[in-house]
Ligand binder design. Structure first.
Ligand SMILES: C[S@@+](CC[C@H](N)C(=O)[O-])C[C@H]1O[C@@H](n2cnc3c(N)ncnc32)[C@H](O)[C@@H]1O
Length: 273
């Protein structure tokens, strides 16, 4: 039974219409959106969640994802312990959503990328967070090496723990720091680069030029409105930074705000200029 079904008959129609249908579960921590106008329903909403799910903590999102570390702010509605283990495709990720970025909603997109990786590839994951892309790639495919770079020290700490927890120490290397400093110092080139920083990826495209193999792939995430001609824009952006890319695929993978969506473009770098 969903939250709305549980509340039906207990609250008025106007309030019921304002209740947000879904919520996010990260391990046994739940994140729910409750608009201010129906905050008086919070105990009933907590009851509704607890009836159907074994959870230790319920958080209400009170501030949007923001800042360099991409963390939202939360109010505790139930419980209090916020560190938890999220599961994706048989991998386990220790994470505290109040201290690091992690979204279970992107799991299927991460699985899609992980399965595209060919045997023996060397992969770079910029903005690696607690490691879900890097670790899934190592587990679901057969890369030679996966390098992940993350700025938030707490996320990098979880990333290192998660590498051990998922037994991919031989494949995944964790670098803590700013991609602007770390990436130029990495040796050699990569067959594939993942750029999961949709709010600011364009600021980092110049780092790709000297690190991608000719014929390599880039997975470029960005927020955009429906009306934008993304393929054209992104081809121009990469060209400005010395790369000729073919757009293989454009895919919507989540929303950000009304009529603003998260897109991923799968690019092939066919030449350099
Ligand atoms: C949207 S999150 C994605 C995290 C992870 N890839 C995932 O899917 O869960 C972006 C991450 O990039 C990190 N970040 C932001 N600026 C960075 C930079 N200049 N260098 C390295 N990491 C950065 C943030 O701390 C955050 O963890």
């Amino acid at each position: 039974m969903g939250i709305k079904d549980y509340l039906r008959g207990k609250v008025g129609d106007e309030d019921l219409n304002r209740v947000v249908r879904g919520f996010e579960m990260i391990g046994d921590v739940v994140i729910v959106n409750i608009p201010d106008e129906i905050i008086h329903l919070k105990d009933l909403i907590v009851e509704a969640i607890l009836r159907n799910h074994k959870v230790k903590t319920i958080l209400r999102k009170v501030g949007e994802v923001s800042g360099e570390f991409r963390i939202a702010s939360y109010e505790v509605l139930y419980g209090g312990e916020t560190e938890t283990v999220a599961k994706e495709f048989g991998c386990r990720f220790l994470v505290d959503p109040t201290k690091v970025y992690y979204s279970s909603r992107l799991s299927s997109e991460r699985g899609r990328i992980a399965r595209m990786v060919g045997e023996g590839e060397r992969v770079l994951v910029m903005f690696a967070g607690v490691g879900p892309y890097a670790i899934l790639i190592a587990k679901l495919s057969k890369p030679r090496e996966v390098v992940g770079v993350e700025l938030n020290p707490k996320a990098a700490e979880y990333f290192r723990i998660n590498v051990r927890m998922n037994k991919v120490e031989g494949i995944v290397k964790v670098y803590e720091g700013d991609v602007r400093d770390v990436v130029p110092r990495l040796e050699g080139r990569f067959d594939r680069i993942v750029m999961p920083a949709p709010y600011s990826a364009r600021e980092f495209v110049h780092l790709v030029r000297d690190k991608i193999e000719k014929g390599g792939y880039v997975h470029y995430y960005t927020f955009a409105g429906e009306e934008e001609d993304l393929p054209r824009e992104i081809v121009k952006l990469f060209k400005r930074h010395g790369m000729i890319v073919n757009v293989l695929n454009v895919r919507e993978c989540g929303s950000f705000a009304p009529r603003v969506y998260r897109y991923v473009l799968d690019l092939k770098v066919v030449d350099f200029v």
